[in-house]
Design a protein around this ligand. Sequence first.
Ligand code: PEP
Ligand code: MG
Length: 558
Amino acid sequence: MAERTLHGTGATPRSGVGTVVWYGRDISLPDPDDVEVDPETERRRFADAVDTARAELESEREATAERVGEDEAAVFDAHIQFLEDPTIEDAVETMIADGGPAPNAVDAVFGEHIEQFEGMDGRMAERADDLRDVRDRLLRLLTDGERVGLGDLPAGSVVLAERLTPSDTAQLDTERVAGFATVTGGRTSHAAIFARSLALPAVVGIGTDLDTLEDGAEVVVDGDNGTLLVSPDDSERAAAANESGAAVVNDSVKTTDGRHVEVAANIGQPAELEPAAKRGADGVGLYRTEFLFLDRETPPSEDEQYEAIRQALDTFPDGRVVVRTLDIGGDKRIPYLDLPDEENPFLGERGIRRSLAPDSDLFATQLRALLRAAADGAGDLAIMFPLVATIEELDAALDALEAAAGLDDYDAVDPEVGVMIETPSAAFMADELAARVDFLSIGTNDLTQYVMAADRENERVGDLHDPTHPGVLRAIQQTVTAAHAEDIWVGMCGEMAGDPDLTELLVGLGLDELSMSAVTIPEVKTAVSETSYSSASERGDRAQLAATRSEVHTTLDT
Ligand code: PEP
Ligand code: MG
């Protein structure tokens, strides 16, 4: 048995074994009473540290732009700005002139600014994280602390960190990293979503217990159970090391009785495309485009968005890429858009509601970028609108699309257009919606939250936020029936679609496409090819007639 087990939230259903490497660990400051301070020497040390930090940031910026993309690289520009901020620099130099050691002066001045930013709202509060990064970098240089390069870790490393930003995760070399674990973060944090796309074992939100581990400790990251096993025994180590998952299936798959089911990937940034293709995705079933807007200072330009979508279309030349238009709001806050403070942001201004009103300019730019990419890219583009609740919203979104096409003369591109079914209203109105579009895609993360009135982020009602409750299954069934009555395809892109234990049920309910984080694509493709559609649909009928969740599960088990 392992010496100790730490508990958190499993981000990827994978296990890995390796050696702990801390990233960005706290640094101990000198005691001012114990050190001789020569202000001139300290001032020079500070100036040298700033120069080195700038050089490091510039080279990390370049490497990230090359490896992941310009969007992710932009975060380093913000860090350089803070590094060169004259107010901060003057304050540090004043403290040094008053006899403070350089690291203590940096810590105090940055600490004050961090506190100020933390006290502000939205966009400003998020700047505190950038300041923390710059402070830690300077402190590491001033205290001779080694900075771990995430792109250059020894093979078999397990990275431990307070938190990992999307750009940190993008730098991880998945050939060498056995997994990661963080103090903070939940299943839907960016690091967790990214880990699932890269099939990287990960456990997030372990809390401060994680701080008790030292560099060099041996651990198993068990992303299935959400645990970190410290000093695992031989059998625990072997179980983690031998886990291989299902073999990748590159061809498209059919049930044993010949029904084709498309199995596609959910992605949020260009870096996730190759891993998805390598795991056998037929295409992209959900491109969460709002992720292209995160970790930067201003929205991406039309050209940047064009490039990102074009890259997706070229990665799947024979496939379909379903791009969801901006889904901002709810838990997805974009700092520079100054979102309103709302009592219930999940019931507020989010998804298509924002695209039709405050963000209509961003929406128009995005639609133009999509149409241009569709005209030039190899694969087939499909456009999908999020969080639709009314026919009027769909009509207005279609008008905006038509205006974008007319403006740039892209009428000939003619992508498929669809609607996400995420609100109870959309499920009830699925017949009317289906009559107006080319496809429906069921977002079970939000649909479950709204059908069951159970916040998807709130563990206390986690039991209710389960798509196998009969109420949710009936909403799914109703949507599938409505789509098929109009002869259009219907997919699912919520987390439910990526659970191989539910594949038979979903095939039986009649889903034509399942889209998921790349990690479980091989398992789901294998499950589809082992399913008989005729017996699955009998089981699906029985499941959605069940009165309770346990009856549903009994149906699935027999
Ligand atoms: C969903 O709600 O199921 C979905 C796929 O969208 P998101 O998780 O991005 O809200
Ligand atoms: Mg959603």
